[in-house]
Design a protein around this ligand. Sequence first.
Ligand code: SAJ
Length: 421
Amino acid sequence: MKRICIMGLGYIGLPTASMFATKGLEVIGVDVRAQVVETVNGGNIHIEEPGLLAIVREATSSGNLRASLTPEPADAFILAVPTPLLEDKHADMRYVCEAAKAIVPVMRPGCLVILESTSPPGTSRDLLLPILESSGLKAGKDFNFTHCPERVLPGHILDELVGNDRVIGGFTPDCAKRASELYALFVKGNILLTDITTAEMVKVIENTFRDVNIALANETALLCEALGIDFSEVARLANRHPRVKLHNAGPGVGGHCISVDPWFLVERFPEHAKLIRLARERNDAMPHHVVHTVLGLIGSPADAKVAALGLAFKGNVDDCRESPALSVIELLKKEGIRVAVYDPHVKSGPPELCGLEECFQDADCAVLLTDHNEFKNINPDQVAKLMRKRVLFDTRNFLDHNNWSSAGFHVTVLGRGHAAQ
Ligand code: SAJ
């Protein structure tokens, strides 16, 4: 294989394109956004990811990577476009379909087509196959067809692209073998071959596994509150069992993966995926629980104000997609409460976003929503002077509570019942 065409230059497509280009392949990175094409061709990046700029520079300056608005004939095509969630909790497959239609005119006999985007199981056979075969070529006979889901962790994408095991599902075993030869150019983890629908299910169930476990942790936290005991103590001791791994409780599940992918199963199999739906609903209800607790803590002072710490969906990233913090803020505002948000990682966002001092100024309660390391460095004595009341609600059991209590704060922790506070 000499020439590959990657559809979508986002969080997955751009690192993957650069990786192949630095291994000597000629790579055409295609994106529908002219601005992205221009940025990449200039050796720059439009997304934050450690190490990405260096590898994009290396790839473009060698002449091996070039971005374009339209696909060109190639030995392999990789579809790495988004599959977001629609309002009705169904996957929006528009981008996958459009990318597939765009490559049909440039597909040639013997080429390899790879779907990387996380998709509802069945997508490759039911949705993509007819589009690709409209080229007049037959999958498994005239062209190779596979699903190779990405499983990288944002913030560690370049390391995990290389080091993680890679699952490759083929329309036929030969198709899978062909794709494995391509990925072997840079993957150092094991390459595991299977069929195309199994690979789709593997990816979706990985994130569903995590969502269901977090839902169990969140539900356990609510039970502990009702019992007057501490979830963190229960989890610490239960996790000493060799086969138990309770996840962390918190304000909900965000990001574009774990809070999205389980719906792909619910959408397709509503009559079977009952536990998966319940887990999603449990996690989505956590912001309501957070707000209910805050209301109990602040009572009903006139002009109440809450200082929210964190907007991003998890610690030490700037990504706010599906962040539970956004839901908490909206729900508080609906209750007529003023909200100010401090997030050292997020550069732009809702109007409530402000600096540390402005956030704490005259607040009746501080609520920690994201576990950014910077929050550990906040000096409780200093912010106490700014606040109207010294009340802290830690929804992730993250801060040093002794420190905050010593500064006169009434500290409440999600999952810790009154008797254990
Ligand atoms: N969370 C909890 N409790 C926990 C763990 C996480 O409440 O015990 C919350 C986080 O705060 C966050 C959300 O869940 O809001 C998701 O965070 P995450 O770190 O678990 O996952 P992501 O979305 O950053 O990345 C995941 C990764 N999957 C797993 O860890 C199983 C990654 O490997 C996938 O490649 C990625 O989704 C993806 O692209 O699908």
